[in-house]
Design a protein. Structure first.
Length: 75
């Protein structure tokens, strides 16, 4: 992607794919307007996604899920 929002989406999709999560229904685009604030928030969320273990996404690791949730909330 070109802007901060698109780059963040690319990072999140890459992490999900590495965890075996099907992201085929996300086109990676369609972020629409990307203000600087939205872009920075998206980058923050992407960093949380990258730092989380795969178990945080499918609920198999409740501690990781809680840490991930706290991280995203802090964004």
């Amino acid at each position: 992607g070109g802007n901060l929002c698109e780059m963040a989406i690319d990072r999140i999709i890459a992490k999900y794919e590495s965890c075996g999560i099907d992201v085929s229904d996300t086109d990676g685009g369609g972020a629409g307007e990307c203000s600087e604030e939205a872009g920075l928030n998206a980058q923050c969320v992407a960093a949380c996604v990258e730092a989380a273990s795969c178990g945080a996404f499918d609920g198999s690791d409740l501690d990781a899920s809680a840490i991930f949730g706290d991280c995203v909330t802090a964004c």
